[in-house]
Write a protein that binds this ligand. Structure first.
Ligand code: AP5
Ligand code: MG
Length: 187
């Protein structure tokens, strides 16, 4: 089974590219952000606890997302591969994913990182806010917290996968099609 990770800061285009990749390669798309927003929409206990953290741009606890991913792996047994988006986002999550996959006799295939500068994160999320109405896109203060959380907690994941020889980075500045072609080239 293939396990690709789409990595990158908020607004880098992970969700946009994932939608196109799923169509082309028939992967199962697992976005922890989407799964959490679904829990919030359904008013579950997990959703209620996660909402306060997500809405201010902070991460939810590692165990929460690790549990969600584990249950998705259990549920989706007949897919061609997984495309993880927004997970792992801390070194602890990356270590946990390795252990989870090892227990299944599997491993991460490759990490594809879409990189854009912080100013562009701000611009793209401000524009998306006008269309999608996500609570964590609502104002500059929240977006700035997501950016600083990314630098503090998520960026170290890059070194983890570089050390494993699985990290590939692409410049995320360009048209959606240009970025898509680059990712397809890697896959
Ligand atoms: P999550 O939903 O994962 O949000 P994120 O990582 O902040 O990323 P976004 O979804 O905002 O951006 P994206 O990279 O998908 O970009 P998009 O394609 O939409 O997480 C939300 C929250 O959930 C977290 O803050 C945290 O609280 C919690 N959470 C989730 N996972 C967690 C985890 N593992 N651990 C702990 N907590 C977790 O594109 C953005 C915009 O740009 C769109 O409008 C798009 O149309 C546009 N765009 C895309 N590509 C281009 C392009 N090439 N040119 C111009 N515009 C473009
Ligand atoms: Mg997304």
């Amino acid at each position: 089974m293939k396990y690709f990770i789409l990595f990158g800061p908020p607004g880098a285009g992970k969700g946009t590219q994932a939608a196109k990749l799923v169509e082309k390669f028939k992967f199962k798309h697992l976005s922890t952000g989407d799964l959490l927003r679904e829990e919030i929409k359904n008013g579950t206990e997990l959703g209620k606890k996660a909402k306060a953290l997500i809405d201010k741009g902070s991460l939810v606890p590692d165990e929460v997302v690790e549990g969600m991913i584990a249950s998705q792996f259990e549920k989706n047994t007949s897919v061609g591969g997984f495309l993880l988006d927004g997970f792992p986002r801390t070194t602890a999550q990356a270590e946990h994913l390795d252990a989870m996959l090892k227990a299944r006799g599997e491993e991460v295939t490759s990490v594809i990182s879409i990189m854009i500068p912080d100013e562009m994160v701000m611009e793209r999320i401000r524009s998306r806010a006008l269309i999608e109405g996500r609570a964590d896109d609502a104002n500059d203060e929240i977006i700035a917290n997501r950016i600083s959380t990314y630098h503090a907690k998520t960026e170290p994941v890059i070194e983890f996968y570089k050390a494993a020889g699985k990290y590939q980075e692409i410049n995320g500045v360009g048209t959606i099609e240009e970025i898509f072609d680059k990712i397809c080239g890697i896959i």
